[in-house]
Design a protein around this ligand. Structure first.
Ligand code: 13P
Length: 262
């Protein structure tokens, strides 16, 4: 399993430093104590750009099971793009993962499947794994369009991505109506969409490749529902927003994952 903390636009660098120190001191020993019966779990922390370096200093060289992630990048190589950050800059800082195509990027900053596709290619060329967000709005769900939306997002985001590259990508299913609402999707809703994502990947590549691509669920994951969500067959991890901003809440989610059956 893999649990990714998306801190969004929260926490100053000083707050980020305190939170990551607290997470590392508690989680590092637990993550390295995995036995045959318990679940292995990798943790990724994605702070805002301005805190990447500080968080990296705390993570390194403590433990490779807690990795650094970014929340976006620009697909161009270093060039005149005021306000943007390139993939090689992130790689140089030790960033191992990047979240791409988050619904907030799509809603507020004109992100679309074509820009996500270019960003995935830039990330992979710099050895950064791409966490690609997909998901439907409540209106699309009510109109019975979930599969159509997810299919289009995956096909367009993965355009021109080989299967060797695809296995360095993760997909995060984040239904828009479950983000920040305290109303997570039910286990059957999650399994239905994750299985569909797996089938789209299987058609696009092959069965083996589809099983290697980790599919995360995001949307109101909390300590109260993490254990149940972790039991779902096609769930390989979580992308956590609000609950990742508070040390005790995020630790409780990780503990729930670690104690779920392997
Ligand atoms: P919440 O966990 O706050 O619902 O946010 C989910 C999310 O958007 C993670 O990327």
């Amino acid at each position: 399993m893999i649990v990714v903390a998306n801190w969004k636009m929260f926490h100053t660098p000083s707050q980020a430093e305190m939170l990551s120190k607290s997470l590392v001191s508690t989680l590092s020993p637990k993550l390295s104590q995995v036995t045959n019966d318990s679940q292995a779990c990798e943790v990724v922390i994605c702070p805002p750009y301005v805190s990447l370096e500080r968080v990296k200093t705390i993570l390194s060289p403590a433990d490779s099971s807690i990795r650094l992630g970014a929340q976006d990048l620009h697909w161009e190589e270093q060039s005149a793009r005021t306000g943007k950050v390139s993939a090689d800059m992130l790689a140089d800082l030790g960033v191992a993962y990047v979240i791409l195509g988050h619904s907030e990027q799509r809603e507020y900053f004109h992100e679309n499947n074509s820009s996500v596709n270019k960003k995935i290619k830039a990330a992979l060329s710099n050895n950064i794994k791409a966490i690609i967000c997909v998901g439907e709005s409540i209106e699309q769900r009510e109109m019975g369009k979930v599969n159509d939306i997810i299919n289009k997002q995956i096909l367009e985001c993965f355009l021109g991505i080989s299967k060797e590259e695809a296995i360095k990508c993760l997909i995060a299913y984040e239904p828009l109506w479950a983000i920040g609402t305290a109303k997570a999707a039910t286990s059957s809703e999650v399994q239905e969409v994750h299985a569909y994502i797996r089938s789209v990947l299987s058609d696009l590549y092959d069965h083996e490749t589809a099983t290697k691509i980790q599919i995360l669920y995001g949307g109101s994951v909390k300590e109260e529902n993490a254990a149940d969500l972790a039991l779902i067959r096609d769930v390989d991890g979580f992308l956590v927003g609000g609950a990742s901003l508070v040390a005790e809440k995020f630790k409780a989610i990780i503990m729930a994952v670690l104690s779920s059956p392997a």
